[in-house]
Design a protein around this ligand. Sequence first.
Ligand code: PAF
Length: 290
Amino acid sequence: MDIITDPHALQTRAFEWRCAGMKTALVPTMGYFHEGHLALMDHGRTNSDKLMVSLFVNPTQFGPSEDLDSYPRDAERDAQLARDAGVDALFMPAPESMFATDHGTWVEVPGLAAGLCGATRPTHFRGVATVVAKLLVLAMPTMAIFGEKDFQQLSVIRRMVRDLMLPTTVVGRPIVREPDGLAKSSRNAYLTSGERRQAPALFKGLVLAHNMVMGGEQDVDVLKKYVISYYTENLPDGELDYLEFVDPESLALLTRVNAPCRVAVAMRLGKARLIDNLCIDPSDRLVSEK
Ligand code: PAF
């Protein structure tokens, strides 16, 4: 595996691969790898000729009071895991090589970035879209692979790639969970043992909403009321940021679940801010009734 730190060296390598007719995959990450990242790499390795992984804790997607300095990092362990996962090139740039001090160009997708996480993290998706645009220009991969845990991020990136006509297919892959249902996340490392015991209730609340829809409930106010009272009881240390039912394409807030939707949640739990989401398709109910 090559470790590349210079952005233009990555661009040269990626250009050679693509000109040689190879199918290439990029998995953009901020490191501190867990099984979720490894599943994305596995998908890339089995579906391409060359697999690139970027490891860059992107300062521009953190707000001023957020966890940029304390974000978990372990570059050596990550490099070994990437090697074991069959990665061909691990791109680990220094922050100043990605963002010059007078960097002044930003990519924004305001329609999709305003609600949900964007409501409390107003500059987050601008930072994500900008760094992903740069990574796609450098690595020019045939496909770029992202996890569905960051569902809003995936929507923003899909729209950006479509609007800018970037020559990359965006692939979303399912959330990888702990056996108790908690979505894998580098930020789970922040949880104390007491918080970790409560954390699986975050997903269980979404499953409760799913089961209620399967039972015939469509009113979002009713669904929210039940899930929020479930959280109050089972996640007493959590502070709910949002719980919303959204259209999976436009991310518009729904008042009734009468078509496929995503229920998305964000919760502060101690030092961690946890997010999760689940697809709910009310037509599954009709299928199971047949
Ligand atoms: O999902 C992440 O880890 C980051 O937001 C990403 C896509 C690598 C951009 O920094």
